[in-house]
Design a protein. Structure first.
Length: 219
């Protein structure tokens, strides 16, 4: 793991798409979109109904490997506000174990402005932690350092004549946008005008691979 500095704090961008904050033993993730498959099923588009379990198992594995004491979910944790009520028993049991074993905070997003009760943890619209703002969507007018999600950024580059797509973090001096962590999530090109509008100019795409953190300027 290769640490990098953001707003005078040391972080580690993980290949799984999560952000590790060693000083707090905190794991930050964005856009889990739990129960996305069951949402689509309601409208006749049948997808394998295993996305929530797959996402939570992967999150549990990362948290256990790092010894996380806190988990912060930066919005759109559920694909819709009723998603928590559709969790299958296996996902609900795993989530109950996770929220009981560490400090867990749900930050609401545009997909889940209301999160149902009975899932553990604390629910809030945004939070300020050690001088950093944690919210779902970056605010272009915010001057304080900010961690967010929402855009599902991916870096797409041509490598030896082949288009390669990787989830990435988007960083400026005052903004850090996390990729989507969910098993059933797409992605928006890191250089998309909506991302640039939100974070401003001078952004970089950060791609963690093995023991390196690759940096790509975003035009």
């Amino acid at each position: 793991m290769v640490p990098f500095s953001f707003a005078a704090q040391a972080f580690v961008a993980l290949p799984e798409g999560a952000l590790w904050w060693p000083a707090r033993r905190a794991l930050l993730v964005a856009d889990l979109h739990l129960e996305k498959a069951s949402w689509f099923a309601r409208f006749g588009q049948m997808l394998p109904p295993y996305d929530s379990v797959a996402t939570l198992e992967r999150l549990a594995a990362v948290a256990a490997r790092l010894g996380a004491a806190e988990i912060w979910c930066l919005g759109d944790s559920f694909h819709d506000s009723a998603g928590s009520g559709r969790l299958p028993d296996a996902a609900r049991t795993l989530l109950a174990r996770l929220t009981a074993n560490m400090r867990w905070t749900w930050i609401t997003g545009n997909h889940d402005p209301g999160i149902g009760a009975g899932i553990g943890g604390t629910i809030c619209g945004e939070a300020e932690v050690d001088g950093l703002l944690l919210r779902h969507e970056a605010d272009a007018h915010e001057r304080r350092p900010e961690l967010s999600g929402h855009f599902h950024p991916k870096l797409r580059i041509s490598l030896r004549g082949r288009l390669v797509s990787r989830r990435c973090f988007v960083a400026t001096r005052s903004k850090l946008v996390l990729p989507a962590f969910g098993a059933l999530t797409g992605g928006l090109d890191a250089g998309h005008p909506e991302i640039v509008r939100a974070v401003g100019t001078g952004a970089e795409a950060l791609v963690p691979v093995a023991d390196r953190l690759l940096r790509f300027p975003i035009a």
